[in-house]
Ligand binder design. Structure first.
Ligand code: KG4
Ligand code: ZN
Length: 340
């Protein structure tokens, strides 16, 4: 198979990222600029600020991705960019930049679905065949899918309200840990006692693999206020450990049902995969890897820097399309879409 080289651009949320990936040599560059500083003082992402920040730095980030990869534009086979779901301002910036480049240099433009890109990332550094069971756990989404192919994701369960990342972020915000809450809670939980606070586990043991996080989020908020958790660093640490423990128990319980749904469908997944920003959480990864071992399914997760948003996953998805689809043509008129 001939080598394919793709530029990937990611601007769907608060990371501006450009990467160059080769089907033969893997990631040649993956430049990620996080806008956390710009949003920190608002304790959450401000869409208008995000869009402007993408515009300010996208050219530099793309140039750097070529420089680091030591690749010239004419070596590319295609330009891929996230076209949704995400914040529309950022999606317009990234996709328009990518379309312009591909038009000027006569390269194929490939629109990428951000969720598919997260779900396929595991194949960037691991040999895993379809079908596999995926838990996509990010700031905007939480769902189980059976991944049957590059664009064939069968959703078998999802959150009926908030996403898992949102639950981490909102709780982190109430605790005064800043944005994003997920990594901050993980750090604060390190020396805490995970049994000191008992939080609810919505939908636990229900006979499907859906999630619900809004009740947990509200219970966490009330518990923080009632127990004056903010008054002591020890209490914060114990609370974060208990909160993280609760979420990993919920995830494992839901994953058991997801695995049994695969069995009912007569599907033997080639792997159990977690991906998306929350997939970077060590406690959740460990809990899921133990479950997968018991169920005799290989457990795989992209490395942390590939779980959170990055351009390499977008470029890789472009490569997957070039390699697995017939007659791929440029989709220059494709419109960015904010929602699935
Ligand atoms: O995939 P991602 O970078 O962006 C979206 O597509 O949404 O995910 C961001 C989410 C945020 O909610 C963030 O708090 C969470 O991933 N996150 C974590 C960790 N690292 C990032 N949550 C828990 N533990 C972590 N270590
Ligand atoms: Zn993402």
């Amino acid at each position: 198979m001939t080598e394919k080289i793709v530029l990937g651009i990611e601007t769907s949320c608060d990371e501006t990222s450009a990467a160059i990936v080769s089907s033969k040599n893997g990631i040649l560059s993956n430049i990620v600029y996080s806008q956390i500083r710009e949003h920190e003082k608002y304790r959450g992402i401000v869409p208008e600020i995000a869009a402007r920040a993408h515009l300010d730095c996208i050219e530099e980030i793309v140039k750097e991705s070529f420089f680091k990869a030591n690749v010239k534009f004419d070596q590319l086979d295609a330009v891929a960019a996230t076209c949704g779901p995400g914040l529309i301002g950022g999606l317009i910036v990234g996709s328009t930049f990518a379309k312009t480049l591909s038009f000027c240099f006569n390269k194929i433009f490939i629109p990428i679905n951000h969720l598919f890109a997260h779900g396929l990332t595991v194949r960037l550094e691991n040999e895993v065949n379809f079908p596999y069971l995926l838990l996509l756990a990010s700031g905007g989404h939480c769902m189980f899918c059976i991944v049957n192919g590059v664009d064939d994701f069968q959703v078998i369960g999802k959150s009926i309200d908030d996403s898992i990342g949102e639950c981490f972020d909102k709780t982190g915000k109430i605790l005064g840990l800043g944005y994003p809450g997920g990594p901050a809670i993980e750090v604060a939980a390190k020396n805490g006692n995970c049994h000191n606070f008992v939080l609810p586990r919505p939908l636990m043991k229900s006979k499907n693999c859906n999630f619900s996080f809004s009740g947990l989020k509200t219970a966490a908020k009330n518990m923080i206020i009632e127990n004056k958790i903010m008054e002591s660093p020890e209490k914060i640490s114990d609370f974060c450990a208990s909160f993280q423990h609760t979420i990993s128990e919920i995830v494992v319980d839901r994953a058991k049902f997801a695995i049994s749904i695969c069995e009912n469908f007569g599907i033997t997944p080639n792997a159990f995969v977690i991906s998306g920003g929350v997939g970077a959480n060590t406690k959740i990864r460990l809990a899921l890897s133990k479950l997968a071992e018991i169920c005799k399914i290989p457990f795989l997760a992209p490395k942390n820097s590939l779980c959170t948003d990055n351009g390499a996953m977008i470029a890789h998805n472009g490569i997957e399309i070039l390699l697995n689809k017939n007659n791929v043509t440029s989709q220059i008129t494709f419109k960015p879409f904010p929602k699935i």
